[in-house]
Structure formats: structure tokens, C-alpha cells
Design a protein around this ligand. Structure first.
Ligand SMILES: NC(=O)C1=CN([C@@H]2O[C@H](COP(=O)(O)OP(=O)(O)OC[C@H]3O[C@@H](n4cnc5c(N)ncnc54)[C@H](O)[C@@H]3O)[C@@H](O)[C@H]2O)C=CC1
Ligand SMILES: O=C(CO)COP(=O)(O)O
Length: 367
């Protein structure tokens, strides 16, 4: 099988698969990196101090990486997926399964990665899977035990991929909720940026816990509005990843937020980040998608304002934003499920607000 993209996650995932017994070729754009991985068994820029398994081969030639590969795992920056897939297509084995390891949406279209794969390669969605979960690459590369979720519209595909993506330190669960699984990975990045900002400003645990908790509701509302199951967001690809990314200094999204909170401009932050920080590119498309479904996302909205320089990071307090100033009910995930889905409950709440205030409610928080 092939893994495309030899950054932190692609290399780590190639190690996971190799350690699980699979025959893996890792594609790196740069020949010198492919050589380092093959010969020195290292990827020193992305995974310092990690020894890569002996069976793992690397190449900078796409044709060689893809020759006969029945499964192709893709881990390039989300904004480059489309152009990469166009190069991949001529070499793709018939009936190959394509698995996205990425956690972004395409900025120009708002599309999830599996949708971009389906559109560009024109393949049956049953041949596409997405993997997500609390998966900070460096921890896994050091073989610290971790779980993830493999999601595909085909249970058979999810099972086949999960069997291979399992070893003594990595366990793959399965589901068929691709929308929830992918949006979980995208949205937790945005909450992690908010948490980073809060850290950078110097606020403490109460503020962070409030934002994480309300962030999960915000993520669930959004994902359910697009057809996800609320329970997926309460699982590894939602809550699990949210905790890992918000807590860890290894997280690039969290780190980018921390720099913003310390007063650096977005341009300075982008210059300092050596690795892919998906959250920064996802803010605008996610807000556009939210608006299209009438979902309110006060946390992501305030992250946008900090990125745009229109909100002082010290004023970040999205969970305190209130439309009416009146006490709000705390709706939790259980409430969302009991009411038949978060988006339905959100719509009910907005209608109620409109009736009460005799106007369209805009920008305020949900209960
Ligand atoms: N690092 C992590 O802990 C995890 C990352 N992810 C996701 O994996 C995806 C990849 O992230 P990382 O590996 O962490 O990023 P990275 O920044 O470590 O590596 C990205 C790789 O893609 C290459 N690249 C950059 N532009 C490219 C282009 N136009 N075409 C082809 N290759 C290009 C870079 O040279 C590098 O090898 C992201 O969507 C990220 O959200 C998911 C789970 C964990
Ligand atoms: O997705 C990740 C952990 O699950 C990696 O997070 P960052 O992209 O913020 O480093």
C-alpha cells in the first residue's frame, strides 16, 4: 500500500501500517527526504528522535509509490489535495481504496476531503475512507497507545482499512458516519486555536474548560446540520480529538492560537509555523458553511475576529457572548439527541427567539 505525504502524520501513519505488518511505500515530494527515510530510517525535520521501521520504503516517484497499491493513504495539506490527486490519478490501481488522513476543508469550495477525492477521482464513495481521532503524530511515532476511527460509507471498506491500521500501540475503531468523522477533525482545530489564544493571553482552566465544552456543542450543531450523527462528535473523532488538540503543546493549531494570544499578528504566526496548521485555513469556509445552514458558531466567529485583527485576544470570551442578556439554558449533547438533533433544536431555539424579540436573531449564542 502507499502513503502519500511524508510530513509528520504521513510518516507516522506509514510507521503504524508497517508496524502492523503491511508492506508500505511512502511518497515524499523531496528526493532527499525519501533518501533519508529509506537509508537513515529517519525523518529528522518532522519526527526528531524517531527510528522508522526497517520494512518501510520511501520514494519521491509517485508512479513507483502507487504501483499495485490497493490502498492509498493521503496526508498532504488539505489545500493541496486537489492538485495532488490530479497527479495521482494516472497511476492509481483499479479499485484502489483511497483513505484521507487530513483534517481540513478546501478553502475555495468548503468541501470535505472525501468529497474532493470523490469529485476528482470520480470513484464510488464506498472506495473512500477517512481516519480521524486524537492522533498527535509525535506521540504515536513514539508508540504511545492511541485510538482512532476509520470511517467509510461502506462498512466493509472501513473494516478492511481498520484491520490494517491496527498494531500493538494503535487501535482503529470503525463507523459509517463520514461527515461527522471528517467535520470532527476540522472543527476541533478551530476550537484548539481559540484555546491557544486563551492560553497566550494567560487565562486559566475555567475559561478553557468553558470554551472546550461549549466548543463541543458548537461542533455538534454544525456537523449535525450537515447530516452527521451527534454521537460521532462525542467519540474519538470529536471529543477525543478536541481534548488532545486543546491540551497539547504539540498541536500546531493550539500553538498558532497561543502566538496570536501573545499578540503576534496572523502574518507573523504563519511565518513561524513550520508545519501545516489546518485550522487557520478552515475558519472562513467553516463560517460560510455555518451561515448557509443557520448554525451559530460564536467561538469560531471570535477566532476569525482575532485572526482579522478586529478583536483584542484579551476580549475573547465566546461562551459569554449573549444576544439578549437573558439567562440561557445550557443545552448539552444529550439534549440535542433527545430533541432529535442539534440543528433541529437550534432551529427551534432561533424561531422562538425571533418570535420573542420580533426580529431575526443574529450572531448570538445558542442556549
Ligand atoms: N501532525 C499530526 O499530528 C496530524 C496531522 N493530521 C492531518 O494530516 C494532514 C497533513 O499534516 P501533517 O503531516 O501534520 O503536515 P506536515 O506539515 O507535517 O507535512 C505536510 C507534508 O506535505 C508536504 N506538502 C506540502 N505542500 C505540498 C503540496 N502542495 N503537495 C504535496 N505535498 C505537500 C510537505 O512537504 C510535508 O511533507 C493535515 O490535514 C493534518 O491536519 C491528522 C492527524 C494528526
Ligand atoms: O489532528 C491532530 C491531533 O489529532 C494534530 O493537531 P494539530 O494539527 O493541531 O497539530
Amino acid at each position: 500500500m502507499a502513503v502519500l505525504g511524508a510530513g509528520s502524520w504521513g510518516t507516522t501513519f506509514a510507521k503504524i501500517l508497517t508496524d502492523g505488518g503491511a508492506d508500505v511505500v511512502l511518497w515524499a515530494r523531496r528526493p532527499e527526504l525519501a533518501r533519508e527515510i529509506s537509508e537513515a530510517r529517519r525523518n529528522s525535520d518532522y519526527l526528531p528522535g524517531v527510528n522508522l521501521p526497517i520494512g518501510l520504503r520511501a520514494t519521491s516517484r509517485l508512479d513507483l509509490a502507487l504501483a499495485g497499491a490497493e490502498m492509498v493513504f493521503v496526508s498532504v495539506p488539505s489545500q493541496s489535495l486537489r492538485e495532488n490527486l490530479k497527479q495521482v490519478e494516472p497511476y492509481l490501481a483499479e479499485n484502489a481504496i483511497i483513505i484521507s488522513l487530513m483534517k481540513g476543508v478546501e478553502r475555495s469550495t468548503g468541501m470535505r476531503m472525501s468529497s474532493v477525492i470523490e469529485e476528482v477521482l470520480r470513484i464510488d464513495p464506498d472506495r473512500i475512507a477517512a481516519i480521524s481521532g486524537p492522533n498527535l503524530a509525535l506521540e504515536i511515532a513514539k508508540e504511545q497507545p492511541t485510538g482512532a476511527v476509520v470511517s467509510s460509507s461502506s462498512l466493509e471498506t472501513a473494516q478492511a482499512v481498520a484491520k490494517l491500521a491496527t498494531n500493538r500501540y494503535f487501535r482503529s475503531y470503525i463507523n459509517t458516519d463520514v461527515i461527522g468523522t471528517e467535520f470532527g477533525g476540522v472543527l476541533k482545530n478551530l476550537i484548539a486555536v481559540a484555546i491557544g489564544i486563551v492560553d497566550g493571553v494567560g487565562y486559566g482552566e475555567n475559561t478553557k474548560a468553558s470554551i472546550i465544552t461549549r466548543g463541543l456543542v458548537e461542533m455538534t450543531d454544525f456537523a449535525v446540520a450537515y447530516g452527521a450523527q451527534a454521537e460521532t462528535l462525542a467519540g474519538l473523532a470529536g471529543l477525543g480529538d478536541l481534548i488532545a488538540t486543546c491540551q497539547s503543546p504539540l498541536s500546531r493549531n493550539n500553538t498558532a492560537g497561543r502566538l496570536l494570544g501573545q499578540g503576534y499578528s496572523i502574518n507573523d504566526v504563519v511565518k513561524q509555523m513550520q508545519q501545516t496548521t489546518e485550522g487557520l485555513a478552515s475558519v472562513k469556509p467553516v463560517l460560510e458553511l455555518a451561515r448557509a445552514k443557520g448554525v451559530e458558531m460564536p467561538i469560531v466567529e471570535q477566532v476569525r475576529q482575532v485572526l482579522d485583527g478586529t478583536l483584542n485576544p484579551r476580549d475573547i470570551a465566546p461562551h459569554l457572548t449573549t444576544d439578549s442578556g437573558e439567562p440561557q439554558g445550557e443545552r448539552t449533547l444529550d439534549d440535542a439527541q433527545a430533541h432529535g438533533g442539534a440543528s433541529l433544536w437550534g432551529a427551534f431555539q432561533r424561531t422562538f427567539d425571533q418570535l420573542r424579540h420580533g426580529r431575526r436573531s443574529a450572531g448570538g449564542p445558542r442556549p
